[in-house]
Design a protein around this ligand. Structure first.
Ligand SMILES: *Cc1c(COP(=O)(O)O)cnc(C)c1O
Length: 350
């Protein structure tokens, strides 16, 4: 290979690389927060049918899907845009508003895409540590934003720790920051939240044009492999995100699957309820064994302080879990996998 003379931006050279949850032949993957079961047959059938027209470009602005999302959330279609997962929408939203050097405040530890997407979009990340229970430090985030921020990111429920922000806390943040600061609320896991204080930030958009809510079909809808998510916000923001997005990024099959999944509300609700019931069962059992488990409103739970030896014990039983410097995150799997995990956790602490 000849020597590369094209300079790579220093900010890009320094980027942390996204580490996907591990996969291994025969092992059960509890490391990427995916749904344990495939989507319903109506969804996969709609995707199969869409493939028959794969010689055609997809609908650029996904009119049918955006219409259905708008109806679902009680907003106008021009307040909705879709993208290849909320990871892509995050990059597009940051790219649409960040001038080089603009500060982007975000909670940490949180979604590992944040410290990648921020410098990639010419922003400067300002991480605000979580509190000792893995929750957002709301006053800390507000204070950091008060020192000047183009964007403030909230992740609720928070990946990888699990707690969610109450609606009143989000309202407090939005009321405190300058209206020129984009408040980006990542609600990837909100469908799994059962705490009645937790609710979507979408109703805040009407009064606060700087609020942008990001959703994905990767988690509750079980379409992680299809790559599709959406953002809801002020039409001016949505138009800007659309302008910087790769055209025709979201495939016809992904659009069809997402639309069918929205129409199969009962099926999605049932799948989510199953995961939530398993979450409650597993977390209660772990606590009874003596484990410390962070509060979780998502389809995973976090074991603060757990590390390499626990990850190795899981691997010995064919379970892949996700280590972080602060602890280990485990996705809720099917009942059999969860039972196996409980067996490892019981023996481990004994
Ligand atoms: C999984 C996840 C997403 C969704 O990512 P996609 O790109 O839509 O698959 C967004 N935010 C958080 C916090 C996540 O964990």
């Amino acid at each position: 290979m000849s020597e590369l003379k094209v300079p790579i931006r220093p900010a890009v050279r320094a980027l942390p690389r996204y580490a996907p949850g591990k996969s291994a032949e025969g092992a059960v993957k509890l490391s990427s927060n995916e749904m344990p079961l495939p989507p319903s047959a109506t969804v996969t059938e709609a995707m199969r049918r869409a493939l028959e027209a794969v010689n055609r470009y997809p609908d650029l602005t996904a009119v049918a899907l955006r219409g259905a999302i708008a109806v679902r959330h009680g907003v106008d279609p021009d307040q909705v845009c879709i993208g290849t997962g909320s990871s892509a929408l995050l990059v597009a939203a940051l790219g649409a508003v960040c001038e080089p050097g603009d500060r982007v405040v975000y909670p940490w530890r949180s979604f590992e895409s944040y410290p990648i997407a921020i410098p990639a979009s010419h922003g400067v990340g300002v991480p605000v540590p979580l509190d000792s229970e893995g929750r957002h430090d709301v006053p800390g985030l507000i204070e950091a934003a008060a020192q000047g921020a183009r964007v403030l990111i909230l992740c609720s429920p928070n990946n990888p720790t699990g707690p969610a922000l109450g609606f009143d806390a989000i309202e407090r943040v939005v009321g405190a920051v300058d209206p020129s600061t984009l408040v980006l609320v990542d609600e990837a896991y909100i469908d799994f939240a059962t705490d009645p204080a937790v609710a979507t930030a979408i109703p805040l958009i009407a009064e606060h044009a700087n609020v942008l809510v990001m959703r994905t079909f990767s988690k509750a809808h079980g379409l992680a492999g299809a790559r599709i998510g959406y953002a809801i916000g002020h039409p001016g923001l949505i138009g800007a995100i659309q302008a910087v997005s790769v055209p025709f990024g979201v495939s016809t099959a992904a659009q069809a699957g997402a639309l069918a999944s929205l129409e199969d509300e009962a099926g999605v609700r049932a799948a989510v309820a199953e995961v939530v019931a398993e979450r409650e069962r597993v977390v209660s059992a772990l606590r009874a064994f003596g484990w410390e488990v962070s509060d979780t409103q998502a389809n995973f739970f976090f074991l603060p302080g757990a590390g390499g030896p626990f990850v190795a014990a899981c691997a010995d039983e064919g379970l892949l879990v996700r280590p972080f410097p602060e602890g280990v995150r485990v996705s809720i799997g099917d009942r059999e996998a969860n039972d196996r995990l409980l067996g490892v956790a019981r023996d481990f602490i004994a």
